[in-house]
Design a protein around this ligand. Structure first.
Ligand code: AMP
Length: 294
């Protein structure tokens, strides 16, 4: 696997690939890789001639009280995993390479890319500035790598919709592709942050997925008019299961708009974030998902 640290070397490699008229797929990660990331690499490999993954813990997407410093970093192991998955190249730059003006937060950034409205709902108010930090780094990476396709996980569905909107609005010549959420055997969506959970919290965690499954079934049974009541009941269940707080639990449509009475449940998706201690777990499900009980 080709290991790259510098933007100039990424450009050279991608240029070589382009000369072969080959297609390029991009998978962006914060590292601490797991099977969710693997599935993105595999999708990219199935659709593109060359695949490049990035590993970068982006300082400007973390709020001042968030986990930037302690975010799990396991670069040597990540490189081994990517090589094992057959990923052709990895770009793992330093913060100095991507932020040469020394920016380490939104406040000291000169240029930021912000998307309105769809960033001020769900995770937006919980993590102020987060999506601006994400969208800015994603556009940087898309400009550096000039990929034909970039792959994102359904696990972070709001992020996917926001990035797709940015790419569309700014005419970024890339196809934004959504890949399904990969789960542990008990239903818990895989996440690098799951390593923060204590044994006791880990036992409670799959309750998030189970609660979302039950709530989507209830919505189908009770109808769209009951969406708020179903969501409220599900929130109560999460707290009863032992979650310390629920940041949000809401039905939205696939474009993140609020449900309308005329909606079919197939047009809706249930989004939730709940906390075990300080750790925020997020998940989302289409309301018509055929759920196999884990
Ligand atoms: P992260 O490293 O958490 O920023 O994630 C990098 C990419 O992997 C994002 O597009 C995520 O949506 C995706 N991803 C993270 N966890 C999963 C998962 N369990 N299943 C599928 N994709 C995932």
């Amino acid at each position: 696997m080709i290991e790259l640290r510098e933007i100039s070397n990424v450009s050279k490699l991608v240029q070589e690939w382009r000369q072969e008229r080959a297609s390029v797929g991009l998978v962006m990660t914060l590292g601490a890789l797991h099977r969710g990331h693997m599935s993105l690499v595999k999708y990219a490999q199935a659709h593109c001639n060359h695949v490049l993954a990035t590993i970068f813990v982006n300082p400007i997407q973390f709020g001042p009280s968030e986990d930037y410093v302690i975010y799990p970093r396991s670069e040597a192991q990540d490189f081994d995993l990517l090589a094992e998955w057959g990923c052709e190249a990895v770009f793992a730059p330093t913060a100095e390479e991507l932020f040469p003006r020394g920016e380490r937060s939104l406040q000291d950034s000169r240029t930021l890319v912000s998307v309105k409205d769809i960033t001020s709902i769900l995770d937006g108010p919980v993590r102020p500035g987060h999506f601006t930090g994400v969208v800015t780094i994603v556009l940087k990476m898309l400009n550096i790598v000039a990929a034909d396709e970039a792959y994102f996980g359904e696990k972070d569905y709001q992020q996917y919709v926001i990035i797709r909107a940015m790419a569309e609005d700014l005419f970024v010549p890339v196809r934004i592709v959504l890949c399904p959420t990969i789960r542990e055997a008990d239903g818990l969506a895989m996440s690098s942050r799951n390593t923060y959970l204590t044994g006791e919290q880990r036992a409670i965690a799959p309750g998030l997925y189970r609660t979302l499954c039950a709530a989507t079934q209830e919505l189908r049974r009770e109808g769209i008019g009951r969406a708020d009541a179903v969501a409220e009941r599900a929130t109560g269940r999460l707290l009863a299961l032992g979650f310390d707080s629920v940041d949000y639990l809401e039905f939205r449509d696939h474009e993140l708009a609020l449900p309308q009475l005329g909606n079919d449940p197939r047009e809706l998706r249930l989004f939730a974030a709940a906390r075990l201690g300080e750790t925020q777990l997020t998940d989302n499900l289409p309301a018509d998902a055929e759920i196999a009980e884990p």
